[in-house]
Design a binder for this molecule. Structure first.
Ligand code: NAP
Length: 538
């Protein structure tokens, strides 16, 4: 057995929701020596980096939080149904302070590489400060949407005005008052930002490549009586979201959209629409994700809403999604998004109707042969999702193989937690786990608990390595792909399908298990109960 003693039992990379909880669990429950590295200058992860106007969570806040701190569940008061970024950041700062976590966190430090040593059974982890530390375990808590996608548009470097990506928005903010502003992209981020920017800018021009299906968020103060009831029922809520399909209190209508009358369907659609949030997406008819005709009925309802909200029929037409099924891209939640296109100072440039972006010039954007002068360009162009942040760690596993090499044709993981050839390396909400198709804190907690229990079990049985077996991984990858193939998801050019990054192999990134996060949790528990079936422990 290797005798080398590492400097740390575990290195955790990232101090967002995942890293905070992972540190708490390993340090305070298992008594391990842990260090967290974080590129930002404080905790927060997503909520540290995404400071664009309108940034707020899209899940109801009462379940978008840690459930392991039961006292805090009672004490913390969210100001709105979907709090804004500063409030969520304040919450994470509060958790870090309350549990004295920062003393084991190193900020403003990026991991530049790590390699596995087969003799010592340790990882050596390198930082951009030139440090190298050894650890038994490396845990990626790097988030799923943290590797920025700034598209390689011709002339990008020539723009003389101010420009930024939404996930690198300046801390001091940007004053859009009296400015000509462009927003590139119309995903969930842009849908939050556009109505806010339109209120300030002299002229806002939105460059849309693909129209999205947006549903109302219906943000606002939550009725104090409902808050009280929820607090009294937190144990029940936590159990329900753990067992649920999406980590939310949303449940499919146990009927086909095609088997009910048009009147009943319209009543259901109205109810979900009025409820706001993810209800329309995640509590719709059970065949919405599977059957094109059922999906068309849902899509048609949203298209009618767009036409009745947007006054100019030509603009409404440009905003009407075409060519892909409803729900197969991440559901953006809107607050006055469609209404914003009725404003005099807002212009929509649609790639299909008006021509695609051709070039960024010194003074603006040229699209469809026309120049649109700008003072500021905001790129809401998304992320190299899920695999991007992991590849950016430049890990070298067994035989010096990198994730770039082993994922050359798309991600391959076992349960979205581990990768064959990378011993003692765990991914929190990694590719091929429910992750982004669930309420993230629920999936994060499940992975953190599983990884903690696994490390605990290894220590008790005096094992020093754990590694996914290639056969188990192959089976898992096949299972993930088989399940999604039965849905409408592969038909969309979404980031779920890796389609937003030129050259990225087309592969479904998360896991859409037949029983959702509840079934996936049970599968992970079974694996552990069968002595970590599919893993090799040594
Ligand atoms: P996104 O969904 O990937 O949207 C990026 C947008 O930029 C799309 O409209 C895309 O068009 C466009 N685009 C990309 N490259 C382009 C190019 N070269 N030229 C022109 N347009 C281009 O990114 P996002 O809006 O940042 O959202 C990413 C994810 O973050 C969401 O899906 C969600 O999971 C998460 N998010 C969460 C919250 C929350 O919970 N609070 C809020 C915002 C975002 P195409 O559609 O044609 O690719």
């Amino acid at each position: 057995m290797p005798t080398a003693t590492p400097e740390f039992d575990a290195i955790v990379i990232g101090a967002g929701f995942s890293g905070i909880h992972m540190l708490k669990s390993l340090r305070d429950h298992l008594g391990l020596k842990v260090r967290v590295y974080e590129a930002g200058d404080t905790v927060g992860g997503t909520w540290y980096w995404n400071r664009y106007p309108g940034a707020r969570c899209d899940s109801d806040a009462y379940i978008y939080c840690f459930t392991w701190d039961k006292q805090l569940l009672q004490e913390w008061e969210w100001t709105e149904r979907y709090p804004e970024q500063p409030e969520i950041l304040r919450y994470l700062e509060h958790v870090a302070a309350r549990h004295d976590l920062k003393r084991d966190m190193v900020f403003k430090t990026r991991i530049t590489g790590a390699e596995w040593d087969d003799k010592s059974h340790l990882w050596t982890v390198h930082t951009d400060k030139g440090d190298a530390v050894t650890a038994r375990y490396v845990i990626a808590a790097v988030g799923t949407l943290s590797e920025t996608n700034l598209p390689n548009i011709k002339g990008l470097e020539n723009f003389k005005g101010q420009s930024c990506h939404t996930s690198r928005f300046p801390k001091e903010g940007i004053d859009f008052t009296g400015k000509r502003v462009a927003v590139v992209g119309t995903g969930a981020t842009a849908v939050q930002a556009i109505p806010e920017i339109a209120q300030q800018a002299k002229q806002l021009t939105i460059f849309q490549r693909t129209a999205n299906y947006c549903v109302p968020a219906r943000n606002g103060k939550v009725d104090p009586e409902l808050v009280r009831k929820r607090k009294a029922d937190y144990d029940g809520i936590v159990q329900r979201i753990k067992d649920s399909f999406f980590g939310q209190e949303h449940y499919f209508i146990p009927k086909s959209a095609l088997e009910v009358s048009a009147e009943e369907r319209e009543r259901d659609f109205d109810r979900m629409w009025d409820a706001g949030g993810f209800a329309f997406w995640l509590a719709n008819y059970k065949d919405m994700f599977f059957t094109q005709e059922a999906n068309d009925l849902c899509a048609d309802y949203i298209k009618r809403k767009i036409r009745s909200t947007v006054k100019d029929p030509a603009i409404a037409e440009k905003l009407t999604p075409k060519g892909y099924a409803y729900g197969t891209k991440r559901q953006p939640l809107d607050t006055n998004y469609y209404e914003t296109f009725n404003k005099e100072n807002v212009l929509l440039v649609d790639a299909k109707a008006d021509g695609p972006i051709e070039e960024i010039t010194a003074t603006g954007i040229r699209a469809g042969g026309k120049e649109y002068p700008q003072d500021i360009i905001v790129f809401a162009t998304g992320f190299d999702a899920m695999t991007g942040p992991l590849k950016a760690l430049h890990l070298k596993g067994r035989d010096g193989r990198t994730l770039d090499q082993v994922w050359a044709e798309g991600p391959r993981s076992y349960l979205g937690i581990a990768v064959a050839g990378f011993p003692n390396f765990f991914t929190i909400t990694g590719p091929q786990s429910p992750s982004v198709l669930s309420n993230m804190p629920v999936s994060i907690e499940q992975h953190v608990d599983w990884i903690s229990d696994c490390i605990d079990a290894m220590r008790k049985s005096e094992k020093t390595t754990i590694e996914a077996m290639p056969e188990a991984q192959d089976q898992w990858v096949a299972h993930v792909n088989e399940i999604v193939a039965a849905t409408l998801m592969p038909g969309a050019n979404s980031w779920y399908m890796s389609a937003n990054i030129p050259g990225k192999p087309r592969a479904f990134l998360p896991y859409l298990g037949p029983e959702g996060v509840g079934g996936y949790r049970r599968k992970c528990e079974e694996v552990a109960a069968h002595n970590y079936e599919g893993f090799e422990l040594a």
